[in-house]
Design a protein around this ligand. Structure first.
Ligand code: SIN
Length: 279
């Protein structure tokens, strides 16, 4: 049986929306239509009071596209499709604790990620999101024109490689694939494959430099873009509760897992869905 008609409520004027009245374990065709439209229009969408089992999480993801198994993240032993975003109470470093978008180092970056809360700290552990359509639209015409001629290199060796950030941290034992690192080149401004809108596509975690520029030449402009893109009016903050789910578009948003709950455990299940090469 389908639940009542799903509705969409914006979280902030600039970023994110909540989808109400849909059961992700049994969304029905009209629920899926609302979810797809909300995802296309808002970039990141949130759901409350869900009861998704891991099997239902996987089934929901499969209705949205092909599941992409993460090469690096700690895997859930029972369900290889599910990556674990885990911080034990003894650990200091969290996963995703900086502005980024998932898998931008791949030639066809992931379309989206569906994150389900499994164990939460009493307070804290929120996730911040930033809207890359708004970030692009907020630039001057002059800078937009400059960026439209540029491509950027996205790499993951410094994050997931043998000498990378996670392998040098207290998260090291969970991470794998350090010999599977690589890089890709994407336009700095993309035309989003679903919405047709222009979005800024660089991020602080994985973009290393503009193609044909040195790292030193690239840094000042990249730093400007990173600061601009997280202007408060382009961002929102999601406070997790039991039963919360977030589904974000990696081509239209960035996210940042806030690491403010030392001494408590946080466990999230993430499934990532494959995407297409970006133009
Ligand atoms: C991630 O970066 O995918 C994880 C986000 C979070 O745990 O809030």
């Amino acid at each position: 049986m389908e639940r009542q008609t799903a509705t969409i409520r914006k979280v902030t004027p600039g970023c994110g929306a909540e989808v109400l009245g849909v059961d992700l374990a049994n969304p029905g065709n009209s629920g899926m239509e609302t979810i797809r439209a909300a995802y296309r229009d808002h970039g990141v969408i949130f759901f409350r009071d869900q009861t998704l089992t891991p099997e239902e999480h996987i089934a929901f993801a499969r209705r949205l596209g092909e599941i992409e198994i993460n090469k690096f993240f700690p895997a859930n032993g029972e369900y290889p499709e599910i990556a674990e975003v885990r911080k034990e109470k003894e650990q200091k470093v969290n996963i995703g604790g900086g502005w980024h978008t998932d898998h931008s180092y791949d030639a066809a970056p992931a379309m989206g990620s569906i994150l389900v809360a499994r164990e939460l700290p009493e307070t804290g552990g929120d996730t911040l999101f930033a809207d890359m359509y708004k970030a692009y639209e907020g630039l001057s015409d002059g800078l937009k024109k400059t960026l439209e001629g540029l491509k950027a290199v996205h790499s993951n060796a410094h994050v997931f490689g043998a000498a990378g950030a996670y392998k040098s941290s207290d998260q090291a034992s969970g991470f794998k694939g350090e010999n599977m690192v690589g890089e890709a080149v994407h336009p700095v401004v993309i035309t989003h494959p679903l919405s047709g809108r222009k979005a800024l596509y660089v991020n602080a975690a994985f973009t290393t430099h503009f193609e044909g520029w040195t790292w030193a030449e690239s840094k000042p402009l990249l730093d400007y873009l990173y600061a601009h893109a997280v202007s408060p009016e382009f961002t929102c903050r999601f406070e997790w509760r039991e039963g919360s789910v977030a589904f974000w578009d990696n081509r239209a948003t960035w996210h940042f897992a806030v690491n403010d709950y030392h001494g408590e455990k946080r466990l999230m299940h993430r499934i990532t869905i494959g995407g297409v090469a970006l133009q």
